[in-house]
Design a protein around this ligand. Structure first.
Ligand code: 26Y
Length: 802
């Protein structure tokens, strides 16, 4: 958008006057921040309205992306950057003596997600918009996003994240477009004219109120919307109770309803089967589908063509209730018969799987499911009945297989099977992950419908992760190869011609140093620790999970500690190990691993012989905006999960494009990163996924893999040298109770990891060679852009022409 400085100043003044009754000169910092956000929101609204009008005329196909999580992070800088208006706003504000960076700093992250899956959803909204697609995200307006993490005496403590106080500036409430969602109650069945009519009675109604958030894209006419549903009681006050003087009870119903959108479940590792969670899922699904269908019918007067005009995407199984709910609406509310309804459902829905871990595959007890959603339960049973009938023809008599594939079995409703049965496309998120899906958990479905399954390797909104969070690097790249890469990430390959170019390598090193200094400053402020910007910055930043093996990293640090203790002159390249990770609130082992990282940090720091060589820092409260500070400063990207468990990883891509070299296993998208950069530009170690499988088959006993160096490290866990004795962690690694010791094979991979770390230390000493590796990583990161990924979804999954 083309605005001059004076015009921008006018916009700011008028808005500030309208909202706060003063000019921008007299505004407080908070008022200035809000004014700026409102002005940007207005610009987006204007663009949106033009875009929506154009689109309406075209009658193109559009996508609805359903996700319980969108990890949006901050929006202000992103929106200004995308609108191409950052510098004009910066100078307009500067004239008013306001530093735009201090306003940026006031914006809280919209932390409406746990980790990778939620951030992916946000990266894809950005890409859809940048590509000019009409794409709408649907989620929940959690009043409290992912908790704030504080580390107290090494332990994680959780605090509520009241993001709306400053974050609601981006939301538009549209109360008059609310829908009623029905929970509980009973069903009445009547036969009229040979047709069964089901009426849902005595239910508890909850109102779903939509809040729109505009999503901008880069250099595009498009503006999309993320619609966040908030739960509200349909009756403001129960007046009968109120007039009887029961003031508290009259408010009770409100609270009961409103609690549904109160808080994001802070777990991405295990299912809990909580009533509130299924209510959240149904609220999201039902409200979104009602609104999609209403809009469609208004425009086309029929739902027969729904699959031609609409793709509805299910982001992991969390919104899997789309399957029965869409069926229900078509039958109960629009009068379709089963076969026709089911045909529409299957041709409209698509599903992405993000995990093979059985603990995270959603299953609901039938009793809870049927009590909360009686009509939906009835439909699920019918889907199940018809499917089992069909499977009996394909696999006659194979009861075990049919049971394994059924959406309902053993007293549970299994959401993945519901998606597999209904969606016409199913994908994994990296080549390896998609292969594992069709060879293991989804094999039986693959065998009957191989064409249903495909892969879309994840991608990132690289303009945020490179251009916005590392403008220094982006501007160097522009000087070298021009700015084509800002539209087309594969143009980064042009950098390859600068391999070995002394000047370019020096510039890259200088920029890395600047970003390391900035991170060092943050660490000094946040942790009170001084780290040396000339040491290797080695980072592992991601959710805390045993399978991601932060523990492997820590054990290796303890080993380095021993090496230095044995020989203070040992040839060790100074290293700063940076960790940042939230643990699920109820995941005790993960919390103990955080405690261990802190204990190791203290041990290393307390020792004069060691502290100049290694530093360990745990930065608290990992979130999108913190990632934007850490990632540009990273030199080593730790991607060390046990092979076969990390579906893809996307942090690996963000780190790569910022010049960090991956130290990793051949897991998830690391495999494709390796394919891109070649074995010389990545530090690989550990067992491959088939080797892991093979070792399980043979029987894994960690004790066979304990080297003398590792034995010494493991003893330290319980010797008292760390202050606390980490008995649980030690046991989880070594005690072979029920064959579960070291379930993530940390011990089996230790030696190989140790050697890889030694290589890192040595190779870093040749700075130019290391920087060359870094350059190749940047140059080859283009394929991991969300633009590419979303194009693949459009082509192969949503059937949308761009
Ligand atoms: C059901 C509930 C417990 C649950 C909630 C959140 C289960 C899982 C999740 C989130 C999963 C997640 O973030 N998965 C990550 O998705 C990324 C995007 O595809 C992948 O890159 C990453 O490997 C995967 O762990």
């Amino acid at each position: 958008m083309n605005y001059k400085k004076d015009e921008v100043t006018n916009l700011l003044n008028t808005k500030c006057m309208n909202v706060f009754g003063c000019s921008i000169d007299d505004a407080t910092e908070k008022q200035a921040y809000k004014t700026l956000c409102y002005v940007v929101k207005d610009l987006l609204a204007e663009k949106r309205s033009k875009f929506a009008k154009q689109y309406k005329e075209k009658e193109g196909k559009q996508v609805y992306y359903m996700s319980m999580e969108f990890l949006v992070g901050t929006s202000l800088r992103n929106n200004l950057y995308n609108l191409g208006m950052e510098s004009v706003f910066k100078s307009a504000l500067k004239q008013k003596k306001i530093d735009i960076n201090s306003l940026y700093a006031m914006e809280p992250d919209a932390g409406l997600g746990n980790g990778g899956l939620g951030r992916l959803a946000s990266c894809y909204m950005d890409a859809m918009t940048s590509l000019g697609m009409m794409g709408t995200g649907f989620s929940i307006r959690y009043e409290f996003g992912i908790f704030k993490q504080k580390i107290v005496d090494g332990w994680q403590m959780e605090f509520p994240d009241n993001w709306l106080e400053m974050g609601d500036v981006w939301l538009n409430r549209r109360e008059d477009e609310s829908f009623i969602i029905k929970f509980g109650g009973t069903l009445k069945e009547e036969w009229t004219d040979g047709k069964l009519k089901v009426t849902h009675e005595n239910y508890q109604p909850v109102m779903a109120v939509p809040y729109d958030m505009y999503i901008s894209g880069y250099d595009t006419d498009a503006v999309n919307k993320l619609v966040l549903w908030s739960a509200k009681s349909p009756n403001n006050l129960d007046m009968t109770a109120f007039s009887r003087g029961e003031y508290v009870r009259s408010l009770e119903e409100n609270t009961m309803a409103e609690v549904i959108s109160k808080i994001l479940y802070p777990a991405d590792d295990h299912i809990e089967g909580k009533r509130l969670r299924i209510k959240q899922q149904y609220l999201l699904v039902s409200a979104s589908l009602q609104s999609i269908l209403l809009k469609h019918i208004k425009k086309y007067k029929t739902l027969d063509n729904l699959p031609d005009k609409v793709a509805i995407h299910i982001n992991d199984t969390h919104p899997a209730l789309c399957v029965p709910e869409l069926t229900r609406i078509l039958i109960d509310e629009y009068g379709y018969d089963w076969d026709k309804a089911w045909d529409i459902v299957t041709r409209t829905l698509t599903y992405t799987n993000h995990t093979v871990m059985s603990e995270a595959l959603e299953r609901w007890p039938e009793s809870l499911f049927s009590a909360e959603l009686p009509r939906i339960y009835q439909i699920v049973l019918e889907i199940n009945r018809r499917l089992v009938q069909k499977l009996n023809e394909v696999y006659p008599g194979d009861i075990a297989k049919i049971e394994y594939m059924s959406p309902v079995a053993h007293g549970e409703v299994r959401m993945a099977n519901l998606c597999l049965a209904a969606c016409h496309k199913v994908n994994g998120v990296s080549k390896l992950h998609s292969d594992i899906l069709i060879n293991s958990i989804f094999k039986d479905y693959y065998n009957i419908e191989p064409d249903k399954f495909t892969n879309v390797t994840n991608g990132i909104a690289y303009r945020r992760w490179l251009c916005q969070s590392n403008p220094e690097l982006a501007s160097l790249i522009k000087n070298l190869i021009g700015d084509k890469f800002v539209h087309d990430a594969t143009a980064l390959e042009g950098l390859l011609k600068y391999k070995g170019d002394k000047n370019v390598l020096e510039s890259l090193q200088k920029i890395k140093l600047v970003k390391k200094q900035a991170l060092a400053k943050y660490i000094s402020h946040a942790n009170g620790i001084n780290v040396d910007p000339s040491s290797i910055f080695d980072v592992q930043i991601k959710r805390l999970h045993e399978y991601k093996r932060q523990l492997l990293n820590v054990l290796q640090i303890l080993h380095m500690y021993n090496v230095i203790k044995d020989n203070p002159n040992a040839d060790i390249t100074p290293r700063t190990f940076v960790f940042a990770a939230k643990a699920s609130a109820g995941y005790m082992m993960a919390k103990q691993i955080i405690r261990l990282i802190s204990a190791v940090a203290d041990l290393v720091d307390s020792d004069a012989a060691v502290r100049d060589k290694i530093k360990v820092v745990f930065i608290e409260d990992y979130k999108v905006s913190l990632a934007e500070i850490i990632i540009p400063a990273a030199e080593i990207s730790e991607q060390i999960s046990i092979a076969g468990k990390e579906a893809s990883g996307t942090g690996n891509m963000k780190l790569m494009i910022n010049g960090a070299v991956t130290l990793g296993t051949l897991d998830g998208a690391n495999v494709e990163i390796c394919e891109q950069v070649g074995k010389d530009n990545i530090f690989l170690f550990g067992m491959t996924a088939p080797e892991v499988e093979e070792l399980w088959r043979k029987g894994y006993n960690p004790n066979f893999f304990v080297t003398p160096e590792l034995k010494r490290v493991l003893d330290m866990l319980t010797s008292g040298i760390l202050g606390t004795r980490f008995e649980d962690i030690s046991k989880s690694l070594l005690t072979n109770s029920f064959g579960t010791a070291d379930a993530y094979m940390t011990i089996a991979d230790f030696e190989s990891y140790r050697q890889a770390q030694e290589r890192v230390g040595k190779e870093y000493l040749n700075r130019d060679k290391f920087t060359d590796m870094s350059l190749v990583n940047i140059a080859k990161a283009g394929i991991f852009s969300a633009d590419r990924a979303v194009k693949e979804y459009a082509d192969n999954i949503w059937n949308i022409k761009l």
